[in-house]
Design a protein around this ligand. Structure first.
Ligand code: C2E
Ligand code: MG
Ligand code: MG
Ligand code: MG
Length: 278
């Protein structure tokens, strides 16, 4: 009986693996054509000025719907796109879409869209030509784009990453460290990084109201960032108590479901128009 059970286990186990493997293959096969087939959407999640509650920008977040696979979340398809190199094609699409949004918003001086860059994007040359091409279309692009990179994108090859970040900074782009606190960048590394913004990961922000430990972490992170001359964004703000707490700590910018989930362009634009009328 024991042998039988073991056999069943082996069978189920390998069946599970096959399923995962087939799903990956399926995703990669369809992801190749996602941009051409118009299966991608770029949602916008408002970024809010903490003191005023005003929308001062948005983070662009990718969504993918495929006829056969249905909705596939970015947490599932982005890592696969990174492993396969397909990410470069997706990022190029995100850049182009963001520029078309910026043109339609016709935004003033301090409005900016944040785009997520993967390590591969950051270190590849394709990104340079995409940016050069889009700058011909929109010369003031550098004033309206913030490029978000994670700590882990930098630790893979810090020297190369820093060189690229310097290139972007030299062209006048803002650079943000995303998911701050979940990687393992040292203070020494933070000091070397040519970035302008730090985004505290939502793992520390969501529990703020009830967790004294997270309060200490967030408070000292804001202080450190300000001392390094960085703007601080808190992501994952889900209630008004957290907003008030972060306001008291002088956190600069907020993002989270309390203000809005990621929404389609038209809804975002309507929100902006509504605010400028008040
Ligand atoms: P991220 O860059 O850290 O983006 C923030 C994520 O937190 C988004 O998830 C957003 O919907 C979610 N979020 C924002 N506020 C709240 C909140 O108050 N509560 C909760 N529970 N969640 C909140 P999303 O859109 O599912 O994206 C997940 C990740 O996928 C992103 O994390 C980013 O790493 C990646 N991603 C999304 N779009 C792109 C893209 O165009 N390019 C690249 N390279 N990565 C992307
Ligand atoms: Mg991000
Ligand atoms: Mg993040
Ligand atoms: Mg993330």
């Amino acid at each position: 009986q024991e042998a039988k059970r073991r056999q069943d286990f082996v069978f189920l186990y390998s069946e599970g693996l096959d399923e995962q493997y087939l799903r990956k293959l399926d995703i990669l096969e369809h992801l190749k054509y996602a941009a051409d087939e118009k299966e991608l959407t770029l949602l916008l999640q408002p970024k809010i000025e903490t003191q005023t509650g005003k929308t001062i920008g948005a983070e662009a977040l990718l969504r993918w719907h495929n006829e056969k696979l249905g909705f596939v979340g970015p947490d599932e398809f982005i890592p696969l796109a990174e492993q396969s190199g397909l990410i470069k094609r997706l990022t190029e699409w995100v850049f182009k879409q963001s520029v078309s949004y910026l043109k339609r918003i016709n935004a003033g001086g301090d409005f900016s869209l944040s785009i997520n860059l993967s390590a591969i994007d950051l270190l590849s040359d394709e990104i340079l030509s995409v940016i050069d091409e889009l700058e011909r279309e929109m010369p003031e692009l550098n004033k309206h784009l913030i490029l978000e990179v994670t700590e882990s994108a930098i630790v893979s090859d810090p020297d190369a990453a820093i060189e690229r970040l310097n290139w972007l900074r030299g062209k006048g782009y803002q650079v943000s460290i995303d998911d701050y606190g979940t990687g393992y960048s040292s203070l020494e590394q933070m000091r070397r990084l040519p970035v302008t913004e730090l985004k505290i990961d939502r793992a520390f922000v969501q529990p703020l109201v009830s967790s004294v430990t997270d309060q200490s972490i967030v408070r000292s992170t804001i202080q450190l960032a300000h001392e390094l001359g960085l703007k601080v964004v808190a992501e994952g703000v889900e209630d008004v108590e957290s907003w008030n707490w972060l306001k008291n700590q002088n956190c600069d910018v907020l993002q989270g479901f309390y203000f809005s989930k990621p929404i389609p362009f038209d809804d975002f634009n309507e929100r902006l128009q509504g605010e400028s009328r008040d």
